[in-house]
Write a protein that binds this ligand. Structure first.
Ligand code: FAD
Length: 518
């Protein structure tokens, strides 16, 4: 007999992991060993446009987790399963061979994953296994918060007010840490079918994904794996007074040790978070998306910092503003779970399904490669292409540029982001794209179009961000870097703008105002 915890791509940690903690408690009370299972599912990764960087990050984290679990005499057994349709049966037959009585896993809120888990529940009885699916990803799980009319929220501000009030009146329910798993007292060294469980290594490949294509050295340096690395990233944000960056060569800030900032970085966050030319945000998203650190831990750490017993979530303080961003993450997961159509490539606002998009491969490729001739857009796209990460304001700028200036279908951008991002997460990515394309919940009003040039001046006042990522402009000083005159651009080999913002703006306004009319 044994208990199995099925670790998923979104909960790659041992500390403060609810399903793992419950599985361990059950194993101890039943006096049976705990085994951790991880299933690599290449077809799911293809279907969900998973980036190679994210897959590589998963494998790197799994290796660290395997060593930590081995110290607790808990085996991590990783398998690869090629046909996603048969994954529930495969998992259940493995559990049966391991003589598992109970399965524990944290819930994934994406539609395909919910369907998979429902299938597991339907079949589990046949296999004499009791499944336990646990909420863990969000601070307040989807479905708890409702409007006064008992509906799911579609506007962030009232959601966030309810979120903070609910949280503060039930702090321990939502923020208490789960205990780490206990050491196995019975050790399963050798399994008759699966062999020596402790010795089965985490693979260094996933079928169909050429992981060797990514710049692994840069990724390891910029995004080191493991719980300790996540803690360091968080602590650097909460406690470091100067903005000296730990980020590697691909980042403009590594060489920019700015020591004038005397306040903790999170305190300054309120005022400077939209600046991309400085290291102004936490950069914890890859770790939160992969669950290397829990969102609870982030909020708890912010309370420890201020020595407060209630969660701070107001716009007027740095910590409050930052916690509000974590509430955005819960909000988009709530939307995803409440309105499954957003998982299915459909706009939240159904009428926006009729917006007429351009079909223009050349423009799409220029956007992807960072060769649009609009420096801020190009810098941001080159950042994601090299680092697998992009600053939030930049995500908004490039998403609006694609869906409004180029009038290309936002889903093309959503997909490209997932293929590049190390922090790719369906709920937040879809939420961000639908916000930018004005098709989602609580969207940017369609008539409020970002002017990429004025956004550039605000988000990159020094021009350092552009100069770092756009090689052709690296020596261009002064404000011209935001919109280089044609003569200079030609001389430097930098492309001319593929569209004129003032001209295409009108087209977007027309098409968005009356979807389906043009
Ligand atoms: P911080 O500013 O330090 O915020 C802390 C944490 O709060 C983040 O790590 C993240 O978990 C959460 N958060 C912050 N802003 C948002 C937001 N707008 N929506 C949801 N959660 C938020 N975030 C992802 O994690 N994965 C994605 O795939 C993703 N795609 C996006 C696509 C678009 C078009 C847009 C506009 C936003 C997207 N975001 C996504 C949200 C946001 O840009 C990133 O979470 C943020 O830039 C990560 O940097 P950080 O950790 O330094 O953030």
């Amino acid at each position: 007999n044994c208990i199995v915890y099925w670790m998923r791509m979104n909960d790659l940690r041992i500390i403060d992991n609810r399903a793992l903690a419950q599985a361990s408690a059950r194993a101890v009370s039943d006096s049976v060993p705990l085994i951790v299972l991880f299933v690599l599912s290449p077809q799911d990764y293809v279907a969900h446009d998973r980036s190679k960087r994210r897959i590589d990050f998963t494998l790197r984290n799994l290796r660290i987790i395997k060593s930590s679990l081995t110290l607790l005499d808990i085996p991590l057994y990783t398998i690869m399963h090629t046909t996603r349709r048969t994954l529930p049966e495969r998992v259940l037959s493995i559990l049966q061979s391991l003589q598992t009585t109970q399965l524990f896993a944290n819930i994934e809120y994406e539609l395909d994953e919910l369907r998979r888990d429902i299938r597991i529940c339907q079949l589990a009885k046949e296999y004499k296994i009791r499944p336990n699916f646990v909420h863990d990803k969000c601070i307040i799980e989807p479905g708890v918060l409702e409007t006064k009319n008992g509906k799911a929220y579609t506007v962030y501000s009232p959601y966030q007010r309810n979120w903070i009030a609910t949280l503060n009146s039930n702090i321990s329910t939502y923020l208490d840490s789960s205990p780490i798993p206990q050491r196995n007292s019975i050790i399963v060294r050798q399994h008759p079918i699966f062999g020596p469980l402790f010795e089965i290594a985490v693979p260094d490949f996933v079928d169909g994904f050429k992981l060797e294509d990514i710049d692994k050295e840069t990724m390891q340096k910029v995004w080191p794996a493991g719980a300790d690395a996540a803690k360091e990233v968080l602590s650097r944000f909460l406690h470091t007074k100067s903005r000296v960056s730990q980020i590697g060569a691909a980042d403009p800030l590594a060489s920019e040790a700015e020591v004038s900032e005397k306040r903790s970085r999170v305190i300054a966050y309120k005022d400077v978070r939209d600046r991309a030319d400085r290291d102004t945000t936490s950069r914890i998203s890859p770790y939160l998306s992969a669950g290397v650190i829990s969102a609870r831990e982030c909020v708890r750490a912010s309370m420890v910092l201020l020595d407060i017993t209630k969660v701070e979530a107001g716009r007027t303080t740095g910590v409050g503003k930052w916690v509000q961003e974590i509430a955005w993450r819960d909000f988009y997961n709530n939307v995803l779970a409440s309105y499954p159509r957003v998982s299915m490539g459909r706009p939240f606002q159904e009428k926006m399904a009729d917006v007429k998009w351009e079909v223009n491969e050349e423009h799409l490729n220029a956007w992807k490669q960072g060769k649009t001739g609009i420096p801020i857009v190009d810098a941001a796209m080159r950042q994601v292409n090299t680092m697998g990460w992009m600053h939030n304001r930049m995500r908004m700028i490039v998403a609006m540029f694609l869906s409004k200036d180029l009038m290309l279908d936002w889903r093309l951008g959503e997909r490209y982001f997932m293929e590049q991002l190390i922090d790719g997460d369906l709920a937040s990515n879809n939420g961000g794209w639908q916000w930018s394309a004005s098709t989602g919940v609580d969207p940017a009003p369609y008539f409020r179009l970002f002017n990429p040039y004025s956004q550039s001046v605000k988000a990159d006042p020094t021009g350092d961000y552009i100069r770092h990522f756009v090689e052709e402009l690296k020596n261009l000083r002064g404000p011209e870097v935001h919109n280089p005159p044609v003569k200079i651009a030609d001389k430097l080999g930098y492309p001319r703008p593929i569209v004129q913002h003032q001209e295409v703006r009108e087209r977007a306004l027309r098409r968005y105002k009356t979807p389906g009319q043009e």
